[in-house]
Design a protein around this ligand. Structure first.
Ligand SMILES: Nc1ncnc2c1ncn2[C@@H]1O[C@H](COP(=O)(O)OP(=O)(O)OP(=O)(O)O)[C@@H](O)[C@H]1O
Ligand SMILES: [Mg+2]
Length: 341
């Protein structure tokens, strides 16, 4: 086992709104070691961003509150830090690429100023040098004409360029942990690959741990060492990347894998979205949030949340369906054989 950077245990974050309590994250646990990449996957609204914002302690309060759990950075209890101490952690130790680039770019300052500012704050560089580094970083994330662009304001950038500017800002401080929330969703494929390379380079150079949040299971397969599958604010399955792709145990994970576009299959077999709607987080059932959409549910699924069941080394699943039945059903999935072959 490598050096442990982050340990998140039983994290729960709820939003106390006027219509009720939105249970966005419910008892999520994971760890991240040096040089390791964890992929967090799950469909829209499953709590991925809120889980990441909780680690950064950036959940808007009110209405949000971390109601339970433990977040430790190299043993340090992040939930017990003062706001000043936490500010030092952000940027120095943990940086986040936000899903919405405008969250971290200030519209009234030049892009170069903002990146240079981050560099000066965290790396003790003079202004000239920081500006040069900012331009170099913009170039590295694929912004054409970077020397000119550093002098522009965020509104002069396209959405994709803003995303890249934010990535440049996040990696400028060489953080121990980089949280990337859908970093490439808005970008075209060539730029996507380039961004992934930049993140990987940074990771190798600084031995960072990376938390990659994405809908794209292709990206996860490529870069993650392990995967956490979230649904309705819960971790339904967790394990090494190969285990998730070749030995998935949760029916929701099967659904996710089943909805992957597969160029090697005939048209009619491609892209099968999971039927039904994600659960209303205001009215979560007491049991598994996937009930109602799961084709295999047993009566117990509606009663209580299943405990963690280990099905392989560091590979766990929360599911009431007995393991023999699960394997039987999985084998019966026509499109699935390719994944488990
Ligand atoms: N400020 C807020 N007030 C109330 N509810 C919120 C707030 N922020 C997030 N939520 C709720 O928390 C739940 C989880 O949201 P989250 O953004 O973590 O989903 P996600 O998995 O990141 O989805 P996506 O893939 O679309 O980014 C959602 O139901 C969302 O409506
Ligand atoms: Mg999100």
């Amino acid at each position: 086992m490598g050096e442990r950077l982050l340990e998140v245990k039983d994290l729960s974050t709820h939003f106390f709104t006027h219509v009720g309590v939105v249970k966005a994250v419910n008892g999520v646990s994971f760890t991240l070691d040096r040089e390791e990449t964890i992929g967090i996957v799950g469909e829209s609204g499953s709590g991925k961003t809120v889980a990441a914002l909780s680690v950064m302690r950036l959940v808007p309060d009110p209405p949000g509150k971390i109601v339970a759990g433990d977040v430790r950075l190299a043993g340090r209890d992040l939930l017990a830090l003062t706001e000043d101490e936490m500010r030092a952690v952000r940027g120095n130790d943990i940086a986040m690429i936000f899903q919405d680039p405008m969250t971290s770019l200030n519209p009234v300052f030049k892009v170069g100023d903002q990146i240079a500012e981050a560099i000066m704050l965290h790396q003790d560089k003079k202004k000239d040098e920081a500006w040069e580094m900012a331009a170099a970083l913009l170039e590295r994330v694929g912004i054409p004409d970077a020397k000119k662009r550093v002098n522009q304001y965020p509104f002069e950038f396209s959405g994709g360029m803003r995303q890249r500017a934010m990535i440049a800002m996040a990696i400028s401080c060489n953080p121990d942990i980089l949280i990337a929330d859908e970093p490439t969703t808005a970008l075209d494929v060539t730029i996507q690959a380039q961004i992934m390379d930049v993140i990987r380079e940074m990771q190798t150079q600084f031995r960072s741990g990376v938390i990659m949040i994405t809908h794209d299971l292709g990206v996860v397969a490529e870069i993650a060492d392990k995967v956490m599958v979230m649904y309705g604010g819960r971790t339904v399955e967790y394990g090494p990347v190969d285990a998730i792709y070749y030995d998935p145990h949760h029916p929701y994970t099967w659904g996710l894998l089943g909805s992957l576009p597969r160029l090697d299959l005939a048209e009619k077999h491609r892209l099968q979205p999971i039927k039904g709607q994600p659960p209303d987080l205001l009215l979560l059932p007491p049991g598994c949030p996937f009930v109602g959409r799961c084709a295999y549910e047993v009566p117990r699924c509606r009663g209580e949340w299943p405990p963690l069941e280990l099905v392989g080394p560091d590979h766990g699943v929360h599911c009431w369906i007995p393991v023999e039945r699960r394997l039987e059903m999985r084998a019966g999935l026509p499109r699935f054989k390719e994944w488990v072959a």
